[in-house]
Design a protein around this ligand. Structure first.
Ligand SMILES: [Zn+2]
Length: 267
């Protein structure tokens, strides 16, 4: 028996993670939703100039959608903007970091696995970028929180091998084990990287006390690089893939300087 259209319809909020043109005038979207996790949907005719849904379905916007369940892809039947995040469009650094968040969520989550906290983290982090909050600490907070919400919270306070509370010394981070090793146990994972005391302090503070506790801390360039490379390397290990957005951002910064306009993020 055929299911009526009415029974196939549902409503949800969503953040647009990625999109791809399809056919003459359609577009396929990768969305993240509070109740259904990641999902792909098609919006038909959305690239036609007079289409009313098109303007709402831009990168990193938070939208309210009506969808119809389809055989392969669900079909977007209505779209309205909840939060356009217009501030991202004129700030290359914020836009590049928004692309990074979308890329991580897209590749670290599974289709149709509900995780409302991931949705809240994504929506609130995009809003912070949109409001002009410094992108660097927002990004480190996002990475650590996302990994935690997906079951990969790194152990930063105790040695993963001997379980001793870590002292301020040359402890190392092991991607494989998902956290710190004390100097005596470091050899358990020869690929573990020794972390400077200041970097250890910063990520512990961030993990324990949240974004507000670190937002005002000024970091030297080498320290910022060390911390970002620590979270990037663990994220890469967990996802088993490289991520492109931050690399694109940094080469754009070098090429056109901080005032330029960002193009579409990599898909
Ligand atoms: Zn140990």
């Amino acid at each position: 028996m055929a299911v009526s259209l009415r029974d196939r319809l549902y409503r949800t909020n969503a953040v647009v993670l990625a999109r791809q043109d399809y056919g003459e005038a359609d577009r396929i979207f990768i969305l993240y939703t509070p109740g259904r996790g990641r999902l792909s949907a098609i919006a038909k005719g959305v690239r036609r100039p007079k289409n009313r849904m098109g303007p709402h379905l831009d990168y990193f916007t938070e939208v309210s959608l009506e969808l119809a369940k389809g055989r392969d892809l669900d079909v977007v039947t209505q779209a309205a903007t909840v939060n356009a995040h217009l501030g991202l469009r004129s700030d290359m650094d914020a836009y590049g970091h928004a692309a990074h968040f979308a890329e991580l969520v897209r590749h670290l989550t599974q289709d149709r696995q509900e995780n409302r906290q991931v949705y809240e983290l994504l929506a609130s982090s995009l809003s912070l970028l949109n409001d002009g909050v410094a992108a660097w600490p927002v990004a480190r907070h996002f990475e650590l929180s996302l990994l935690g919400l997906l079951g990969f919270r790194p152990e930063l306070f105790r040695c993963l091998n001997c379980l001793r509370t870590l002292e301020p010394e040359a402890n190392a981070f092991s991607n494989q084990l998902g956290g710190m090793l004390c100097p005596a146990c470091r050899a358990v994972d020869p690929s573990a990287v020794v972390v400077s005391l200041d970097a250890q302090k910063y990520i512990r503070l961030l993990a324990r006390s949240g974004l507000a506790a670190v937002i005002g801390i000024a970091l030297t360039e080498p320290l910022a690089r060390e911390i970002a490379s620590l979270t990037a390397s663990y994220t890469r290990y967990v996802a088993e893939r490289e991520f492109a957005s931050l690399g694109v951002l940094s080469s754009m910064r070098q090429a056109i300087g901080p005032a330029g306009q960002a193009p579409d993020p990599p898909s």
